[in-house]
Write a protein that binds this ligand. Sequence first.
Ligand code: ADP
Ligand code: MG
Length: 351
Amino acid sequence: AMDVSVRNIRKEFDRYPALNDVSLDIRSGELIALLGPSGSGKTTLLRLIAGLEQPTLGSIFFGEEDASHKSVQERHVGFVFQHYALFRHMTVADNIAFGLTVRTRSERPPKAEIRRRVEELLDMVHLSGLGKRYPNQLSGGQRQRVALARAMAIEPRVLLLDEPFGALDAKVRKELRRWLREFHDRTGHTTVFVTHDQEEALELADRVVVMSQGKIEQVGSSDDVYDRPNSPFVFSFIGDSASLPVTVEEGGIRFEGKETGIAPGAGDIAAGEGTLFFRPQDVALVTDPAAPALEGRVATSRRLAGTRIADIDVGTPERPHHVEIEVPLDANAAGGASIRFRPTRWKLFGA
Ligand code: ADP
Ligand code: MG
């Protein structure tokens, strides 16, 4: 496996920066996910690593080697795209062998060797015995596994996957997600996986790279980006969240001029205007009427399996402000009910 170092990359399209000073060290053998909303630059970064695009500024290293000006073939990468069109007129086996058969005669393995390799790859993607079929005789999930086998056939140094399961239905996606993780653990390829689906990224990846507007917001484990988001963007992009504009003063946090009953913690801003973020499940109802708390009225609520999510208007008549919180099933969450609560875990960001 190969490590890849992306160094201060800027990529402009018609002077518009799709990527702006992006640096990232991808470790040898890791499965890393590029996660971000549509248009954040994920595909552009993947294409730059592949050599399908040239950076405006910056460089890309494969191990010790500056690969910035190497061709796609010289970089020796394998890819799978969302709509990776397999060759319809070729069998599954011929599709998988394609990257080997198009090599120049001196580099091409002998026919028997190619056949053996194709069988091995079919086995690896759990499609043994289907080599003689044509792509239209396979399910969507099977086709993407053929695409992966095709990418693996050239023994790539790095595997690049751009929303490879994006066109499949939810159930198949989940199955393939688990399968890919297991496949990765067996084969140990350095793998860069692009997705806009946070659940997919958190479940699958060793590390998650959160991107927004052509920049990397945070790089970390699933726990890091979910439990310790380092920006308002990451907090609200990953998982459910609520936010409130607050003022921090004298060790207390105020919302609309009133004490919330929580104090800034270590690492929070010390004083001034800020935004308080918390997750719906990280709140406790406050029953003592004398204790400071966030106060509001239930606008709507909906029942989930073991709990209820209530939409609370914590604002004022002039300035309504809604947050969603989880409330116990036995709490009064009827529309109009007044409710007092306090976040048990939160993060404060400066305004
Ligand atoms: P993502 O994969 O995260 O959805 P992309 O990398 O495809 O994002 O795109 C990032 C930004 O760059 C978008 O604003 C997109 O419109 C722009 N962009 C991407 N490729 C091109 C291109 N070939 N020409 C012009 N603009 C492009
Ligand atoms: Mg994309």
